[in-house]
Structure formats: C-alpha cells, structure tokens
Design a protein around this ligand. Structure first.
Ligand code: PMT
Length: 218
C-alpha cells in the first residue's frame, strides 16, 4: 500500500457511537468503539488524503494528520457533517448512529418510582442519506451492520439511501464488527461486489480505501 492513492483527495468520515440523552445522567447508545472508523481515518491520511473525522464519544487517540470533530448525539453529528460535505470528494459513514432518540429529554434526573417505565423514542435524522441526497455530494460510502441476511439488507441500503458503495459487516459474530480488533467486509456497489475476509481493522481499512480510490478515479 505504498503509493499515495488518495493524494489530492479530501475525505470526511464519521466514526464511533452516538449517545442519545435520557436525562442529565443517562443515555442510550451502542457498542461501537470507533476502532473501524479511526483505522480508516489513519489509513486514509497515510494514503495521502486530507481527512476530517467526525466522531462520537470513543476512547481513542486522534490519528496523525487527521482533523477531528467530537460530537455526542446523532443531531450533533449531522450538524457537524453537513457544513463539511461540499469540501470533500469522499464521505464514509462508519459511525453507529442511533436510529432513535428520546422524544423528551428530562431536565432533571428521573427518579425511581413505578416497577415499570416507558421511554418514548423518535427517529433520528439519517446522516448518510442526507449526505447522499445533497446536491453537491461526495462519493458516498455507507456501512451496514447486520446480524442476518447481510447481503440483502446491505443492497437494500445501497439502493434506498442512493449510495455509491456499501460495506457490510456481520455483527452477529463477536470476533469481528463491534469493539473487536478484526473485521470482515462484504462490499457492494451498483454493478459489482467483493469480499474482504477477516483481518485487523488497519489492513482492512487500506483494502477498502484502495477499492474506493479505484472507483473515485474511474
Ligand atoms: O466502532 P467499532 O467497534 O470498530 O465497530 C465498527 C462498526 C461495526 C460500528 C462499523 O464497522 C459499522 O458497521 N458501522 C455502521 C453501523 C451502523 O449504524 O450500521 P447501520 O446498518 O445501522 O446503518 C447503515 C448506515 O447508515 C451506516 O453507514 C450508518 O453510519 C448510517 N446511519 C444510520 C442511521 C442514521 N440515523 N444515520 C446514519 O448516517
């Protein structure tokens, strides 16, 4: 991976989980560690790209030569991403964005009372779909975290969200995907597909970016 395949290109990506507040002390979130997205950011910078990384709360150092924007909620992630979109030729949505947020965030800590309680949730904006439908859109790559029917769901997201490419991982296997050092990806685009078998996320990031560089340049 010696050559600077992404020289002259600018890449925007999201990583990590989002946190959706319930009250001042609680939130809902997911198991994303940010490792996959940070590996992509690091590899892209090594491959010569100018990289902007918008990340949810993770416990990882900023990779060399990457400019980092920290956010918590999906709405904050969208608000950080959209002003950047037109400045970049490539967008990769690697963040595990919460699909739902709390309808009414409590101002004060919710006190324990009844044996059962219910939280009302409302849909979050879809960052990836918003980027893909932007007038001056970058080459837009989504991720798909699936536990079953990986190919079918990934291809559905590719078409529905009008993406250029989607990288699907099977998160039912705890050796890959969320919070592990390895991952495997099945990648789909309009008229093709490829599979990258399980390998550490740094190597996988370079394999994925090499494929993206090929497609962006053709
Ligand atoms: O962070 P790690 O621990 O290394 O784990 C990596 C990972 C498993 C989180 C990563 O490889 C991955 O699969 N990321 C996408 C997780 C996800 O949210 O997948 P999804 O199938 O629910 O969403 C599909 C796509 O839409 C994703 O690109 C997601 O970023 C995007 N999305 C989803 C919902 C939403 N409201 N806005 C979005 O932009």
């Amino acid at each position: 991976f010696g050559p600077k395949l992404l020289a002259g290109l600018s890449l925007l990506l999201t990583a990590g989980p989002t946190r959706e507040a319930i009250d001042p002390v609680r939130y809902i979130s997911n198991h994303s560690s940010g490792k996959m997205g940070f590996a992509i950011a690091s590899a892209a910078a090594e491959m010569g790209a100018a990289v902007t990384l918008v990340t949810g709360p993770v416990n990882l150092p900023t990779p060399a030569n990457v400019s980092r924007i920290n956010v918590e909620s999906a709405q904050q992630m969208l608000d950080a991403v959209m002003p950047e979109v037109e400045k970049h030729q490539i967008f990769i949505g690697c963040a595990a964005v919460a699909d739902y947020k709390i309808a009414d965030i409590a101002d004060c800590k919710i006190k324990k009372s009844a044996a059962e309680m219910q939280l009302a949730l409302v849909r979050n904006p879809d960052i990836l779909a918003t980027v893909a439908s932007h007038e001056k859109r970058p080459f837009t790559v989504g991720f798909a975290a699936e536990t079953n029917d990986v190919e079918q769901y990934a291809k559905g997201k590719l078409a529905r969200k009008k993406l250029d490419m989607i990288a699907a991982n099977d998160v039912s296997n705890s050796d890959i995907g969320f919070n592990s050092d390895q991952n495997a990806l099945s990648v789909f685009w309009q008229d093709g597909a490829t599979h990258f078998p399980a390998v550490n996320k740094q190597i996988l990031a370079k394999q994925l970016l090499t494929l993206i560089a090929e497609k962006v340049k053709t």
